[in-house]
Design a protein around this ligand. Structure first.
Ligand code: NAD
Length: 242
């Protein structure tokens, strides 16, 4: 088996970034419940029990990515899957004096983070005979929204990074996919107008676990013929206004 099998008790090792909160935390919980071992990376401290080792660090930093992969191999002997989920965003007035620096930081986390994560993980995934990478993009990468141009551009770019990496690593048995969440009840949308939910065809925000499930699917052998794609998980937002 060259692919990740989160149902194989204790056999599979997955690195998750942005693991302390929201979608990342729900993904860690799902993977642990299915018997995987997890390396959890976040800027914030992660308090969690079980087959998990945590690393505090910034995904925009190459060293964090290298250290996380090294930790997987040191603690669990291998690496089979990677979830590059950490993200940053927000509204950015175009003419704000700090807009360029703020946009560069958004690109550093949302685009360079996955680029560095893929580069760091590939040697260990090759060593394991193949594996799966899932990047958390966004429906914001498939469309534009007022005021969040840097976030939207970074998420568009990461969707194409995923396609490119999928082509480059297919022969190595490494599948690379993205999910594109819609509005999901995490810290990122704290303070969002609850009326926004009425614009979602399914009529509500997603729960973090509803993003973790498709991530788990893309990591699993059930997705063995899926690479280079973006799975939209948005309650119908991308289909049109409800
Ligand atoms: P969240 O704020 O609950 O979780 C994000 C986690 O990433 C936090 O624990 C944060 O500390 C960590 N993080 C942020 N920058 C980091 C960095 N530079 N290095 C390491 N860790 C870092 O938000 P979430 O909604 O769970 O976000 C997860 C991903 O989902 C992000 O990529 C986000 O863009 C994407 N997303 C979220 C929504 C939504 O509506 N919540 C929609 C589309 C996409």
């Amino acid at each position: 088996m060259t692919d990740l099998d989160p149902t194989a008790a204790g056999a599979r090792v997955v690195l998750v970034t942005g693991a302390a909160s929201g979608i990342g935390r729900a993904t860690v919980d799902l993977l642990l419940a299915r018997g995987s071992r997890v390396v959890a990376v976040d800027l914030d401290e992660l308090a969690i029990e079980g087959e998990v080792v945590a690393l505090a660090g910034d995904v925009a930093d190459e060293e964090t990515n290298r250290a996380a992969v090294a930790l997987a191999v040191e603690a669990f002997g291998r690496l089979d899957g990677v979830v590059l989920n950490a993200g940053a965003g927000g509204t950015l007035p175009w003419e704000d004096p700090g807009a360029v620096a703020a946009a560069e930081r958004i690109f550093a986390v949302n685009l360079h983070g996955p680029m560095l994560g893929i580069r760091a993980a590939v040697p260990a995934l090759r060593q394991a005979g193949g594996g799966a990478i899932v990047v958390t993009a966004s429906v914001a990468g498939l469309r534009a929204d007022p005021g969040t141009w840097a976030y939207n551009a970074s998420k568009s770019a990461v969707i194409n990074l995923v396609r490119a990496a999928a082509l480059d690593y297919a022969a190595a048995g490494i599948r690379v996919n993205a999910i594109a969440p819609g509005l999901t009840r995490t810290r990122i949308i704290e303070g969002a107008d609850p009326l926004l939910a009425e614009r979602v065809p399914l009529g509500r925000f997603a729960e973090p676990g509803e993003q973790a499930e498709p991530i788990g699917f893309l990591l699993s052998p059930a997705a063995s013929y899926i690479t280079g794609t973006t799975l939209v998980v948005d309650g119908g937002l991308d289909a049109g206004l409800g």
